[in-house]
Ligand binder design. Sequence first.
Ligand SMILES: C[S@@+](CC[C@H](N)C(=O)[O-])C[C@H]1O[C@@H](n2cnc3c(N)ncnc32)[C@H](O)[C@@H]1O
Length: 235
Amino acid sequence: VEELSRQYDAIADAYGDGGPYNMLYERPAMLALLGDVLGLTVLDAGCGSGVSAEALTERGAQVTAADSSDRMLERARARLGQRASVRLHDLRQPLGWAADASFDVIVSSLAMHYIEDWTPVLAEFYRTLRDAGRFVFSTHHPFADYVGFDRPNYFAVEPIGDTWSTSGARYDVTFWRRPLGRIVADVIGVGFVVEQILEPVPASTDGLSEGDIDRLCSEPTFLFVAARKGNHPDA
Ligand SMILES: C[S@@+](CC[C@H](N)C(=O)[O-])C[C@H]1O[C@@H](n2cnc3c(N)ncnc32)[C@H](O)[C@@H]1O
């Protein structure tokens, strides 16, 4: 399997800011779930070309944007300039450059499913979040991949090779499918309290094609999870 970061280097230019699912479905849902970030210190884990990081800086957050693809980061640096700290980082490695309890929020949009073993990654997120800090992420919905890729065993944690076709070119990308129970167990396993699990439909259908609207309003596509460090229901 080709290293995922290199797969994303190849995809970066065609990926741009992401397609309609990113721009019109995932991002609005994620920004709504994050709520007010004014004055908060945020790690965007798997920031890609930096669109969410930009939206968060515009909302007054102090953002560190990290990704393992050089080419994606070039785009993020060009977009963000001095407004955010941009770091080449493979999330499977320890966040050695981040002190304990240094983030108020860690956000990860559509990146966790590229990682096989979540526990060391989640443990680092837990360590670097302050007490009552939030980890909010979106990922492929496990039912979508179970059905969409016609997998024989829902309970397996398994790599899936996908091919994206765009502008006449084809790009290989490998991600990891895992069942819902495993997602929740891994998040809870490092100490987080899961506060929300969301399967949103688009906040607005503006700009989406009829086909996308039909699909997004009737089939699970992305799953969103909001978790908190420690048990602080009123935080
Ligand atoms: C679908 S893109 C999403 C990008 C961005 N969060 C967004 O919403 O537009 C997934 C991103 O995850 C990054 N990624 C995948 N595995 C990673 C890892 N182990 N460490 C850091 N970034 C990773 C990829 O390089 C890619 O930029």
